[in-house]
Design a protein. Structure first.
Length: 269
């Protein structure tokens, strides 16, 4: 997600700095962007000049110091409230008073994250969808303290990236995951109860309902750990049994079967 967000920002003409936890991650992210753009050039979707200009607007670092002149910071790390708080508390003292702070969270409360900063009025949710360069939707979420000016700046920024922003409520799951996660959890429970094989359920939903991919292929694409984290956050908020992670999902995550990202989830890749 981070490399995809950085790519679309740079392609839209913004000078973009990617901060990662180590140099290996920096190199991997920039290489991922370079390969994506090279593929676009080979397919005639991107010109060589556009590719080179995009790469010229990108830089990578393992330090927070280069972020001092940023007008907008987008956090895109693990779905953990504590981890996100630590990131914002580390970066906030380094940036200017006007700098906006945004989280790419797919489920964490924006008001809660904003409250951990000294500028809750300049904090908003900016949730992209994967793969970021291809998916056009962005959910913009305002917390209780988000100012009108901040909301408008973030919404306008999303449009400047060539995305279609929608306003999502500050509730776990926002719009998309509030509808998607119960569907994925229901499919897992159906499988556990003998509704059909993984392959048959996926085929039934693609051919019978016109979905581009079945629930298990989609869960593997999203990441079983991400699905599990979001489900837990939503269940904690709503206490709806339909949002409780099924035992099978928990065990797959404990076994390290996370989906496409590491080659094995419901299916092997």
């Amino acid at each position: 997600m981070g490399s995809g967000i950085a790519q679309v920002c740079a392609q839209a003409g913004f000078q973009t700095i990617v901060r990662e936890i180590d140099q290996t991650a920096v190199d991997a992210g920039l290489d991922r962007i370079r390969k994506f753009l090279d593929n676009g050039v080979s397919r005639g979707k991107v010109s060589a000049e556009e590719r080179d200009a995009t790469l010229g607007r990108l830089s990578g670092t393992t330090s927070l110091d280069p972020l001092t002149e940023s007008d907008l910071i987008i956090e895109a790390i693990v779905e953990s409230v504590n981890a996100k708080r630590e990131v914002f508390q580390a970066v906030e003292p380094l940036v200017a008073p006007h700098t906006l702070l945004c989280s790419n969270t797919s489920s964490v409360c924006i008001t809660e994250l904003a409250a951990s900063t000294r500028r809750p009025d300049k904090f908003a949710g900016l949730h992209f969808f994967s793969p970021v360069p291809i998916m056009s939707l962005v959910e913009v979420t305002r917390g209780l303290s988000t100012s009108d000016e901040t909301y408008e700046r973030v919404f306008t920024f999303a449009k400047a990236l060539g995305k279609q922003p929608v306003t999502a409520p500050d509730r776990p799951g926002f719009i998309v995951n509030r509808l998607l996660i119960p569907y994925l959890l229901s499919a897992i429970r159906a499988y556990e109860n003998g509704c059909g094989t993984l392959e048959d359920i996926d085929t039934a939903m693609t051919l019978g309902c016109g979905h581009p991919m079945g629930p298990f292929t989609l869960a593997d694409f999203v990441g079983l750990d991400t699905t599990y984290y979001i489900a837990n956050i939503m269940f904690e908020e709503f206490r709806d049994p339909a949002l409780a992670p099924p035992p099978l999902l928990k065990r797959l995550v404990l076994a390290g079967r996370l989906g496409r990202k590491n080659g094995h989830g419901f299916f092997k890749y």
